[in-house]
Ligand binder design. Sequence first.
Ligand code: ADP
Length: 264
Amino acid sequence: MRSVHRVYGFGPSATNALDGVDLTVPPGRFVSLIGPSGCGKSTLLRLVAGLERPDRGEVRVHGVTPAQACAAKMIGLVPQSPALLPWLSVLRNVTLPQKINRGAAGRRERIGGFEKRQVPDMRDLLVKAGLGEAMHKLPAQLSGGMQQRAAIVRAFGLRPDVLVMDEPFSALDEFTRESLQDQLLDLWDELKTTVLFVTHSVSEAVRLSDTVVVMAPRPGRIVETIDIGLPRPRGERLFKERRFHEYEDLIRDRLRHAWHGAAA
Ligand code: ADP
């Protein structure tokens, strides 16, 4: 993203949702966005996912516009709620995108510069995500955590080059959340997708990310970009390590500044 501006509304009531945002994410990185409500995190995701366009500045995904990247199914989206089709089994839900996007591979090849995409075996991914037993059930027969896991598997199913996740675990209890973080990290490690992840949880951001982007509101902007130099894999033991908590403290400190700036 280069010098990206996004303004909602006009005149005195206009909201500067993003004000001159510059952000470069190298392929394969896990990047989290964190910041007070209204700092433009969702707007940033929507711009990358091609759901909106910037008023000024430029957004590129692997060198093409988000609209072109979407047409080539290079971008996967995991929303806050799982949005599964209630009348289809879990397996049919997660395989549906592969069935209805057959033209995408050709479009991606024409963009060029990519290795051919190996479409993953969805049964295999479901088993890895702990949904082996649930595969033939309907979404309503699953817990919220299992439904969200299915939504993540569905998004990985097209092997997107970029996966955009908007607080995907916010509605879940802490233990379910930690286990989903594990599974997300496993899938990410296997599929090498670039991830843009919005969260309100500092520990979640530190645990998952290569880079944490701290944002502030009014106007929405990036205040700091912090690389998380913790080794992977990042299992449960990490929570007991001093360095993990030092990163948490650093990000909390930056967030406090962002809040105070917002309140001023
Ligand atoms: P965050 O995800 O960090 O909470 P958003 O990107 O949702 O922030 O919103 C940034 C700012 O833009 C907020 O002040 C919000 O009220 C405003 N905003 C977002 N979407 C719209 C919209 N469609 N119309 C008007 N204002 C909007």
